[in-house]
Design a protein. Structure first.
Length: 403
């Protein structure tokens, strides 16, 4: 089978990008042909064996030689480590350019690749354009709703706008299925887009177990040295994700002020529009052992998860929480908010749930893990999540939908 993915974001730096890459790799391992259309603002980007990549180049600080770059950075619903340009800030001219460039690219790839099915990520503009292009060639469409697209639709409703929403509705009308990533996301999708009710299918997000896994031989001191941290801390708390408001990193920093001591290190991995603001917050709170690492490759994220006494996901809103599943499959217990898709898999045997915006509750939960008042079997955590959330296990559900 030939599957064409169309993604609103690059394949690294966002949950939907990782989701797409994980799906693509699993499909190829099952003997399928896969191609991906995606925005990119770097000349050198990650490539994957036996997967055809069709980047659409956008302008950033880097000037890419010998290609035409769209005259803006790629737009986002919230923020991305490599772009803080928001869909809501696009001019009519930019929207037109965006539509024209992707319409042309999707048409070209359909003619060259000849897919049996198109799988678009996010119920938004590119899903609608995929529907328009697929309809002409009678190619079925599947769309995954990732949750941030619903935020985009809600934002448009507040602003009395409908550009992305109109494309979203075209996508749903043509799609044979709308995949959602959690029970909560499924419910929200049907509430915000009622026309999707007969088409929604909940499939859990999958983790690439070839990249993320429990490794008892990972040495904390060596990993910290690789991160240019010379002190050998006895306890490590980690956060991985975008530095944007809905991820709740400000709540975590407030919690750090309550649990921090000389032997406890807090690692903030990721980037985004709020990085400077969060660093200033850490300074104002006089936090001494918080390190902002910026973006790190998945190979290093695996090590960070493995050396962490606990991983924190303090999100105000979280459609699924792929980083939580990645941490768990590495054996790290997760302390997360009781929000969105997180309660689906952050159960008492693998982690702790706290209320949104509750820095006291978050700090208390972290302290209980660090002080071993609550203990977890890291090997058990990793095995449980691998058996339920490994992409290779879930891939048959997608193939069934494609067929």
């Amino acid at each position: 089978m030939k599957i064409l993915f169309v993604n609103h974001f690059p394949l690294t730096g966002s949950g939907s990008g990782v989701y797409t890459a994980n799906l693509a790799k699993s499909l190829v391992s099952k003997g399928n042909d896969v191609a991906i259309i995606f925005p990119e603002n770097r000349e050198k980007y990650e490539e994957y064996k036996d997967i055809k990549l069709y980047p659409v180049f956008f302008k950033n600080e880097e000037i890419i030689s010998n290609v035409n770059q769209i005259s803006m950075n790629f737009p986002c619903f919230t923020t991305h480590p490599r772009s803080i340009f928001n869909f809501r800030d696009m001019t009519q001219e930019q929207k037109k350019e965006y539509e024209e460039v992707f319409s042309k690219k999707i048409d070209e790839v359909i003619d060259e690749f000849k897919p049996d099915v198109i799988h678009a990520q996010h119920v938004w503009t590119l899903a609608g354009i995929s529907a328009k292009c697929g309809m002409v060639k009678n190619i079925p469409l599947v769309v995954t709703c990732h949750g941030t697209d619903l935020m985009g639709i809600e934002e448009e409703q507040k602003r009395n706008e409908s550009w992305g929403t109109d494309w979203a509705r075209k996508a749903i009308k043509y799609a044979k299925a709308v995949i959602t990533v959690s029970k909560d996301s499924n419910k929200l999708t049907e509430q915000i887009l009622p026309e999707s009710k007969d088409k929604t299918i909940w499939i859990r997000n999958g983790v690439d177990s070839n990249v993320f896994s429990f490794d008892k031989n990972v040495n904390r001191k060596d990993v910290l040295k690789d991160l240019n941290i010379e002190k050998d801390y006895s306890k490590v708390v980690s956060f991985v994700g975008k530095l944007t408001k809905f991820k709740g990193v400000d709540v975590l920093l407030d919690a750090v002020s309550k649990y921090e001591d000389n032997d406890t290190l807090t690692l903030i991995t990721g980037d985004g529009e709020l990085r400077e603001q969060l660093q200033n917050q850490a300074k104002s709170l006089k936090l001494k052992n918080v390190v902002f690492l910026g973006n790190k490759p998945q190979s290093l994220l695996k090590k960070i998860y493995n050396i962490s006494d606990c991983s924190c996901v303090p999100s105000r809103r979280e459609p699924f929480g792929l980083v939580a599943a990645e941490a768990l499959i590495c054996g790290s217990p997760v302390i997360a908010t009781n929000e969105g898709g997180l309660p689906d898999f952050v159960t008492p045997d693998v982690g702790i749930l706290v209320n949104v915006d509750d820095s006291n509750g978050l700090a208390q939960a972290i302290q209980k893990v660090l002080n071993k008042e609550i203990t977890f079997d890291r090997k058990y955590i990793a095995e449980k999540i691998k058996n339920s959330y490994s992409q290779d296990i879930l891939i048959e559900e997608f193939i069934k939908i494609y067929n």
